[in-house]
Design a protein around this ligand. Structure first.
Ligand SMILES: C=C(O[C@@H]1C=C(C(=O)O)C=C[C@H]1O)C(=O)O
Length: 355
């Protein structure tokens, strides 16, 4: 008995509804594939080889009555549509804005939970200086130390840092005291040579938009502390971080260190709003470098408290055994007595905030 036109129409409606459901299910998976590709750092979402393979498989499986050409035409439209969806999605959300799969760590220290305090001298100067300050910091239970070997100085006649030899020395002493070492790298060429001696790489404010350095930082598997540029907007700072993550390294910690304004009472103006905004917008931890923001010693504790209060994941601060004879940033580095008191007070504040 032949089926009635009505029956056939109702069957075709059912199948069309099923196709709509399946096409949307397919599109949702294509979106996930797009996100996975971006996460792996693929710059191109379009994959013609994958499309050709899949189309071949589909045509081989087809038993008609649709002609191969007709089927190919339909599926090419499907591929085009899911690709367009992926592209639109990629523009909608940056990697640094999407939910992270893993926490950011420097060694065993995880960022985004309890605030982390990173401390140490501006520059690596002598074996005695580094030994003295690292021994002192490890005694206080500081886990991560900072110390610069490559110094980006405004004047070419100022102390430029001890370079790779300084870094080797600081790394050896940090290990001796069970400390993790963070140091700034200024160019992509030095990165590889310096890497074995570092637990985290700092990209300084002056290099925030050194795009070849950002890409090189994205290709390594060590955490990166990215400092905000002197005159960078929050958007530019965000996109600089996106460069690193899009190049394959999602272990990025942002660092607000003050921006240039008309104000002269401080070296830079600590942009506390930026910390709150970046915390809200991005899936990256953010710390506050109070020493470079202030450029003076007397307001470091309130600035650090403010940084934590707005949601900052840590504080970076400079301390030196004898600040008055430091080869750089003499006026903003705390001596050990001053640091011990800063550390105690800040720890107390962190515990109070936690309650
Ligand atoms: C879904 C993907 O992305 C694009 C869309 C495809 C599709 O819709 O099948 C196939 C390849 C890509 O051009 C993928 O890479 O698998």
């Amino acid at each position: 008995m032949s089926e009635s036109l009505e029956d056939l129409r109702s069957q075709i409606t059912e199948i069309s509804l099923e196709l709509v459901r399946l096409l949307n299910e397919r599109a949702a998976i294509a979106l996930k594939i797009g996100a996975a590709k971006r996460k792996q750092g693929h710059s191109n979402l379009y994959d013609p080889i994958r499309e050709a393979k899949l189309l071949k498989q589909l045509l081989e499986a087809s038993e008609g009555p649709l002609a191969d050409d007709a089927l190919a035409h339909l599926f090419k439209e499907v591929f085009k549509t899911s690709l367009a969806l992926q592209v639109e999605d990629a523009h909608k959300q940056l990697l640094v804005e999407s939910k992270r799969a893993t926490a950011v760590h420097i060694g065993p220290v995880s960022f985004g939970e309890a605030p982390v305090i990173i401390a140490g001298p501006c520059a690596i100067e002598t074996e005695e200086q580094i030994t003295e300050i690292f021994a002192f910091l490890s005694g206080l239970d500081v886990q991560i130390v900072r110390a610069g070997a490559f110094k980006p100085r405004t004047s070419p006649y100022d102390f430029q840092g001890l370079g790779i030899d300084g870094l080797k020395m600081a790394s050896r002493i940090a290990k001796q005291y069970g400390l993790l070492l963070v140091s700034e790298i200024m160019d992509a060429d030095s990165l590889e040579e310096a890497l074995p001696y570092l637990d985290a790489v700092q990209i300084g404010a002056r290099n925030m938009q050194n795009f070849s350095l950002l890409k090189a930082a994205g290709a390594i598997n060590k955490p990166i502390i990215l400092k905000r540029g002197l005159s960078a907007t929050i958007e530019e700072f965000t996109l600089a971080a996106e460069y690193i993550v899009a190049s394959g390294n999602d272990q990025v910690i942002l660092c607000e260190r003050g921006i240039r304004t008309f104000e002269t009472a401080t070296r830079n103006t600590l942009d506390i709003s930026a910390v709150a905004i970046l915390k809200e917008r991005l899936e990256l931890p953010i710390i506050v470098d109070v020493s470079h923001a202030a450029g003076r010693k007397d307001i470091l504790l309130p600035l650090a408290k403010a940084g934590i209060a707005v949601g900052g994941d840590g504080i970076m601060i400079e301390t030196h055994p004898q600040p008055s004879i430091a080869l750089s940033d003499a006026q903003q580095q705390l001596n050990m007595t001053e640091f011990a008191s800063f550390y105690r007070e800040l720890k107390k504040f962190i515990n109070e905030v936690k309650k």
